[in-house]
Design a protein around this ligand. Structure first.
Ligand code: HEC
Length: 172
C-alpha cells in the first residue's frame, strides 16, 4: 500500500530539484504578480488617476501646515480664539465674566450689539483686560470679532460672522 502512494523523490538529485523548485517557483509567481499589479496601475492611468497617485505620494508633506509669513494669513476661528484666550475667564465665570452659554448672563449684554461688545473687548471692561489680554500680533481685531460671535452665539446671540479683512496689496 505504502509503496503505491509512491515516493516521488527517489534520488538526492531529485531532492535537490524539488527543494530548488519549491523555493524559486513561488518567487517567480510573486514577481509575475508584482508586474501584473504594476501594469494594471499604469495601463489605466489617465490624467486624473496619475494626478491622484502623485497626490497620494506627496500627501505627507502636503498635509503639513507650513506657516508662511509672506503667504495669505490663516485666521483663527472664533472657537479657536475663545479656547486660547477667553475660556480661562468665560468658561468658569471667573472675575464675574459672563459665562459661555449662560443666556441669562448675556441677555442684557447682547443688546449692546456686536460692535458694542467688540469695542468693550478691545478696550477692556471691568475685570477684563483689553483684548482679553491677547496681543494684537497674535489675535487680530477680526479674530476677536469672531470670538465675540462665537461666545455670544453660545448664549443666544445671533451676530453674523465679521468679514475677513481684505488682504492688503503688497507694497512695492
Ligand atoms: C481675565 C478674564 C477675561 C478674559 C481672558 C476675557 N474676558 Fe471677556 N469679560 C471678562 C469680564 C470680567 C467681563 C465682564 C466685564 C464687565 O461687564 O464689567 C467680560 C465681558 C466680556 C464681554 C461683554 C462686554 C460687554 O460690553 O458687556 C465680551 C463680549 C467678552 N468679555 C468677550 C471676551 C472675549 C471674546 C475674550 C477672548 C478674546 C474675552 N472676553 C476674554 C473677563 C475676561
Amino acid at each position: 500500500m505504502s509503496e503505491e502512494h509512491g515516493n516521488l523523490i527517489k534520488s538526492p538529485k531529485q531532492l535537490a530539484i524539488v527543494v530548488f523548485a519549491s523555493f524559486f517557483v513561488p518567487l517567480i509567481i510573486i514577481a509575475l504578480l508584482m508586474v501584473y499589479v504594476g501594469s494594471g496601475k499604469t495601463k489605466g492611468a489617465d490624467a486624473a488617476t496619475a494626478a491622484e497617485a502623485a497626490n497620494n505620494l506627496i500627501k505627507p508633506v502636503a498635509m503639513l501646515d507650513f506657516k508662511d509669513a509672506s503667504g495669505p494669513k490663516v485666521f483663527k476661528t472664533g472657537e479657536e480664539v475663545y479656547k486660547q484666550a477667553c475660556a480661562s475667564c468665560h468658561a468658569s465665570g471667573a472675575a464675574g465674566a459672563p459665562k459661555f452659554g449662560d443666556v441669562g448672563g448675556w441677555s442684557a449684554r447682547l443688546g449692546r450689539g456686536y460692535d458694542g461688545l467688540l469695542t468693550a473687548l478691545i478696550k477692556g471692561k471691568g475685570a477684563m483686560p483689553a483684548r482679553g489680554g491677547a496681543s494684537p500680533s497674535d489675535i487680530s481685531d477680526y479674530e476677536l470679532g469672531r470670538a465675540v460671535v462665537y461666545l455670544a452665539g453660545s448664549a443666544g446671540g445671533k451676530f453674523p460672522e465679521p468679514k475677513a479683512p481684505e488682504v492688503k496689496a503688497e507694497a512695492k
